[in-house]
Write a protein that binds this ligand. Sequence first.
Ligand code: NAD
Length: 357
Amino acid sequence: MKRAPVQQHHRTALDGLFRYADLLHFGEVHVKFDPVTGLKAIIAIHNLKRGSAIGGCRLIHYPTTDGALEDALRLAYMMSFKAAISNLPHGGAKAVLIKPKEIKDRKAYFEVFGDFINELGGRYVTAMDSGTNAEDMDVIETRTPYVTCTSISKNSGDPSPQTALGVRRSIEAAVKFKTGRASLEGIHVAIQGAGHVGYFLAKELYQCGAQLTVCDVNEMALQRCIDEFGAESCSPDTIYDVSADVFSPCALGAVLNLQNIKRLKVSIVAGSANNQLAHHHHGALLLERDILYAPDFVANAGGLIYVAAVYDHAELTRAKAQVEGIYDTLMDIFIQAKRDNCPTNDIAEKIAAERLS
Ligand code: NAD
């Protein structure tokens, strides 16, 4: 009698998902596919201990579904830390919509997504992110109350100005800690990315008398900063070589890698981009080079603080004060990190993890 062939165990996408979910202490992952509108949505809810989980909804192209899933998990994890370090009564989540070649009916697409959010009964609250806008949030609001950043509620919309305010406060805290100076007058900041946050950050810094060097792959975005704020420009390839006081990553994640950190000619890194460190241990490399790093999920929390306040119908003046308070949160982190001779990202993560446990 012939023996049955020994079954090879192939690792499936679900194996990877559960391994990763275990590593990041998840949580829930929900998926929805709608063949009519082309919606392929992943909602990752990392943590609900502090309250309903808020996180933006991004609509971008992904080369693979695994890549989209990983993005959703990583971003949701970071949102939990951001909400916890900011003392918000919320957990962290993220929605990733895998962009199809064409969205024939954008309204129908976001209606189906709104129904999907509604099915989760308020555990997930959505907001704008890369590739989505206030009008999309308005459509979602016709199907579910679990949405913020709509254009209908007058105080909502784009959170980028609040994110930029928080980053400016982060730069102020870092400059004060590093040099003792209370003003940004004459401080040279190299900004990578002049998009939503980068533009408003350049405006904030210009108004404080800072000197700016900006790069962007989008010529129009770059020109706006040159025209309005007298910024110098450089190519995206050379931004890491600019001799300045501060490097402010406001475009992409994972830019603080081994090669780029070696090139930096600044004493401070503070920007809005999510997941700036290519690997956790690159925080130690920045410390080794005596570069003060404002951990990303602390520095860029202004937008989340603001949209959470809008969603919770909280006092917006208090929310603004809380965004300004990013200065104090960071100052405490810098002091602890110096005392323990420890990377700033380790301290920030420790504080957030304690609040989540
Ligand atoms: P955006 O898309 O409006 O702006 C990003 C800009 O970076 C664009 O102008 C783009 O052309 C430019 N860019 C892309 N690749 C580049 C490169 N290689 N070199 C230089 N420039 C490049 O996005 P945004 O809303 O301004 O957000 C910027 C970053 O901050 C993102 O990482 C985002 O996740 C993060 N963030 C944003 C907010 C917010 O409120 N918008 C909140 C928290 C975190």
